[in-house]
Design a protein around this ligand. Structure first.
Ligand code: M6R
Length: 598
């Protein structure tokens, strides 16, 4: 996730872009950049200035004063391809320096495109996926010129061909030297336009725009627009025909706009999960990494908190479907143990900075194990220790409670299972998006009403739903301050049963998988001790509905998709309960997002 912003008007663009990027820093902040054009020039003339640097836009200082002109684009980055650095910062330019591009999203076919463009003589400066866009535009503009096209027809030709060629998600803002305007393109990444008095704005969300105008135009996927001093020209792809979109008057303040209208970042992050899962699962894993994983005699995962739970989920699936032994260790305990040579060790860490996880990975490396990292932060400390790095595509997570980063970890780890398991789950998980969208329609009010008055809550499940129960309990205790405990359903009768009363709700995850019959018996045993049962189960399960006090049906889907849906339901119950209790949801007491001390 990155933030992009654009301006066309009579004012100097640079200060407006800089202030806009500050509003978007929550979307990423490892580097920034802007390009400003002098819009008075005609085709072939004018000046285009690019300023870009590693670091935060708030530290930009006088660097941007060089950029003068009344058309501009800017970017604040959360690195996905290429470490944070001056050269990888956006905007990216073509060989001539006449085209500047800022991008939010992922170009899935960039590696093939880059290879072809290099063979055709284009010279690349960065490691990013975005740079191919600038070079493709250069190529298509040259092709248009050869056909005798000029002015707007040349731009039309280049944009149409660009959209034909790119695969993946992208919100783009493009400046072309001598083109008196800016080009905005949207496909599967957010982009809105703002309409002011004699000036136009473009941005990843409306936060940078609201201080200038409340008139917002929401682009749809495959829309592209030319923002010109005399107005917006808006088209649909592939028809290239003019399209009409409503202009809405938005009276949000900047803070609620940053949260996309959600009350807390946690809620926003929960709702981002369908796209986060798909983006994280669909990525290609490096052949070298795959071959090391395929040869592993055993795998050990080291992690903390939610990342540890993602590791446990991996264990259940890897052992069951790939028959590879997997150990999962809490990172802070790992130094007590030995690891056999030949074991592949995987550190799972959102931040890439958790001190215990880093220490565990160093320990494994010192023992001669090949070490992997699954992390959300490009260039983080763990990436410098690991031999192989697999990235989750969650974007920055602001809320202390891990939600979308956890789902992204599950996606990447499931990808490994799928690769080692010769394509198992691939089809189901490639098509999971609508299932997760449907999951988000769940109303947690009834379940939260029960949970909010409890002093203790149990979460139970069997098989892969045991770690999911641990994660559900962690989410609940972390943000509501209610004591919540995750248990393997079969373990309850070995002790915790003595705690069950009508005042201790049990959240049971019980889908129609192999463990279903025995889970039903376990739930009946809990009911017999008077505990109210909130059961999350497969859609249409009349038996479970009959037994449970509250039955939450999952969208009808394959078993593996239910694993992800059930996790989201547990997040929503915890979130809603915390809101009912008036907790500071995004910043729970005594906790930090990244734990960099041992
Ligand atoms: O950045 P990491 O994934 O290494 O962080 C590990 C834990 O601190 C983290 O998952 C923590 O448990 C979450 N706040 C839970 O929601």
């Amino acid at each position: 996730m990155c933030g992009i912003v654009g301006y066309v008007g009579e004012r100097n663009a640079a200060p407006i872009i800089v202030e806009g990027l500050k509003c978007l820093e929550y979307r990423g902040y490892d580097s920034f950049g802007l390009a400003v054009a002098d819009g008075t020039a005609t085709d072939g003339g004018g000046k285009l200035t690019v300023v870009k640097k590693q670091g935060r836009i708030s530290d930009a200082g006088s660097d941007v004063s060089l950029a003068c002109g009344n058309i501009g684009i800017g970017h604040t980055r959360w690195a996905t391809h290429g470490v944070p650095s001056d050269v990888n910062a956006h905007p990216h330019t073509d060989c001539t320096g006449d085209i500047a591009v800022v991008h939010n999203g992922i170009i899935e076919n960039y590696a093939e495109l880059k290879k072809t463009l290099i063979a055709e003589g284009h010279v690349f400066k960065s490691e990013t996926d975005t740079e191919v866009i600038a070079h493709l535009l250069e190529k298509f503009r040259n092709a248009a010129a050869e056909k005798g096209l000029s002015g707007i027809e040349k731009v039309d030709f280049a944009v149409k061909n660009l959209m034909d060629t790119l695969e993946g998600s992208f919100a783009l803002l493009i400046l072309i030297r001598g083109f008196n305007g800016l080009i905005a393109i949207k496909r599967f990444s957010p982009l809105v336009l703002g309409i002011g008095d004699d000036e136009l704005f473009a941005s990843s969300d409306m936060t940078p725009i609201l201080e200038h105008t409340q008139k917002i135009l929401f682009l749809e996927d495959n829309d592209y627009a030319y923002l010109m001093p005399d107005g917006i020209r808006l088209f649909g792809y592939p028809s290239a025909k003019t399209v009409e979109r409503d202009v809405k008057t938005v009276d949000w303040d900047v803070e609620s706009a940053k949260k996309g209208g959600y009350e807390y970042f946690m809620e926003k992050e929960i709702f981002e999960q369908p796209a986060v899962f798909v983006n994280s699962f669909r990525q290609k894993i490096d052949d070298g990494a795959v071959s090391v994983l395929k040869k592993a005699s055993s795998i050990t995962v080291v992690a903390c908190g939610s990342s540890y739970h993602a590791g446990l989920i991996f264990r259940y699936l890897m052992e069951k479907y790939c028959k590879i032994p997997v150990r999962v260790e809490i990172a802070s305990e790992f130094l007590n143990f030995t690891t056999a040579k030949g074991t592949v060790v995987i550190a799972v860490t959102q931040s890439g900075e958790t001190a215990d996880t880093l220490a565990a990975l160093r320990h494994a490396k010192a023992n001669g194990c090949p070490v992997f990292a699954v992390t959300n932060v490009l260039g983080s400390s763990v990436t410098r220790i690991a031999d192989y790095v697999l990235y989750t595509r969650a974007g920055p997570e602001i809320s202390v409670a891990a939600t979308k980063s956890f789902i992204a970890q599950c996606a990447v780890l499931l990808r490994i299972v799928s690769i080692i398991g010769k394509g198992i789950f691939e089809k189901e998980l490639f098509e999971i998006y609508p299932v997760l969208e449907e999951t988000l329609l769940f109303d947690p009010a009834d379940a939260s009403a029960v949970c909010k008055d409890a002093e203790n809550i149990f979460y139970v499940g069997r098989g892969v739903y045991y770690p999911i129960s641990l994660e559900g309990a962690l989410k609940m205790k972390e943000i509501t301050y209610i004591h919540a405990e995750g248990c393997a359903a079969g373990e309850l009768k070995h002790g915790p049963f003595s705690l069950l009363t009508p005042k201790t709700p049990v959240v049971a995850v019980c889908t129609k998988d192999d463990a279903y019959p025995v889970m039903i018996s376990n739930i009946k045993e809990m009911k017999a001790r008077g505990a109210p049962v909130i059961a999350i189960g497969s859609g249409g399960d009349a038996d479970l509905k009959e037994i449970a006090d509250i039955f939450i049906p999952l969208p009808r889907s394959k078993n593996i998709c239910e694993v992800i849906s059930a996790t989201i339901i547990l997040q929503m119950i915890a979130y809603n309960t915390a809101v009912l209790l008036g907790r500071d949801v995004d910043k729970p007491r005594n906790l930090a997002k990244s734990v960099t001390v041992i």
